[in-house]
Design a protein around this ligand. Structure first.
Ligand code: NAI
Length: 345
């Protein structure tokens, strides 16, 4: 029987994992705490750990897990910027769920945009108090506007299709543009200069960290709407706040936030908010924050559980080959062992 320590477990995770794990006699040890150096010990006796976006799988955590006999880190997310994959190489295999529902994230992105631009969040609160005034609720048409999409992978492309349905003009930037896709690629500067709306769909890497900073905001149109459903640290949140205060940024929608790890996914309603920057952003009438919920659909939760259980099974079966294994060399054609040997190491 394979044993898996399941960190940062939430009630909505369990039904699907119990279902798919149960089919293969897999035992999950559900832990409400996040994985860090202090909690790694809770995985003692387990073959694998199952982690999510705010578990901190740094080098010290990896060393401890290895010492405790853990041989697999199974991310139940697509992004893996929270795992030191370089340090894990040669010790602990790392697998992820490359796609569970790109539709969920793309649809949430457009939901946020429609809400902020048409002031639905304001109207909802007003009508609940029988305030039927329209003053201050003027939005703008999406039709005919230019949307700049950064990252044209699975989610970015679905988002592009949705935007085209609205009759928007789509510009895109990607470090690795998709060939023959019919997507109009431009430089990042041109995207900043021409877009009415900017949506982020690229991964968080050393290169993309704070790609939206004061300099980038300076190049944007006055009144630009920025939406981030990718990773918080793509945006320098202090620069974003300054841009909003200066009336340069017309609105911002954030499903992710650089310092989200201690607050997102938790009920903090009875607590004093220590993060002044987040509190100030939330206080703005033209900012909407959702707590990393873009993925949260029934379809996505089901796919996450099914793929994660299959990933774990594949890694522990005879040949140990798992299509969703990843390492720091993946994609680097010269160095990638997986392309030749099907395994990262
Ligand atoms: P993907 O891997 O299919 O696409 C990512 C795209 O970004 C690729 O086309 C890649 O070439 C491009 N890219 C890589 N480096 C870049 C750079 N320096 N500049 C511009 N583009 C670059 O990934 P997918 O599935 O579309 O997911 C995108 C991101 O969405 C993930 O990295 C993850 O951080 C985030 N995400 C957020 C969720 C949420 O609940 N808010 C859920 C799932 C993913």
């Amino acid at each position: 029987m394979l044993k898996v320590a399941f960190y940062d477990a939430k009630a909505y995770d369990k039904p699907a994992f119990e279902h798919y794990g149960g089919l293969h006699n897999m035992q999950f040890r559900y832990l409400e705490t996040k994985l860090n150096e202090d909690t790694a010990e809770l995985a003692k006796g387990c073959d694998a750990v199952c982690v999510f976006v705010n578990d901190n799988v740094n080098s010290a955590v990896i060393d401890r897990l290895y010492e405790y006999g853990v041989r697999l880190i199974a991310l139940r997310s697509a992004g893996y910027n929270n795992v030191n994959v370089k340090h894990a190489y040669g010790k602990i295999h790392v697998v992820h769920v490359p796609a569970y529902s790109p539709y969920a994230v793309a649809e949430h992105t457009i939901a946020l945009l429609l809400t902020i631009v048409r002031r639905i969040h304001k109207a909802y609160n007003r009508t609940r108090e029988f305030n039927f005034s329209l003053s201050g609720l003027t939005g703008f048409d999406f039709h005919g506007k230019t949307v700049g999409v950064i990252g044209t992978g699975k989610i970015g492309r679905i988002f592009i299709d949705i935007c085209r349905g609205f009759g928007m003009h789509v510009l895109a930037y990607d470090r690795f543009p998709a060939k023959d896709s019919g997507i109009e690629y431009v430089t990042l500067d041109e995207l900043f200069e021409k877009s009415d709306i900017i949506s982020l769909h690229c991964p968080l890497t050393d290169e993309t960290r704070h790609m939206i900073d004061a300099a980038a905001i300076g190049k944007m149109k006055k009144g630009v709407v920025i939406v981030n459903t990718s990773r918080g640290a793509l945006i320098d949140a202090e620069a974003l706040l300054e841009g909003i205060k200066a009336r340069k940024i017309g609105a911002a929608c954030l499903d992710v936030y650089e310092e989200e790890a201690d607050v997102f996914f938790e009920d903090r309603s009875g607590h004093i908010m220590n993060d002044d920057l987040l509190a100030r952003l939330i206080s703005m009438p033209n900012v909407i924050v959702t707590s990393h919920q873009a993925f949260l659909t029934e379809e996505a939760l089901d796919n996450i559980a099914e793929t994660t259980v299959n990933n774990i099974l594949s890694c522990f079966n005879n040949d140990g080959v798992c299509d969703n294994e990843l390492c720091y060399r993946c994609g680097h054609i010269e160095q990638c062992k997986k392309e030749r040997k099907q395994k990262c190491f």
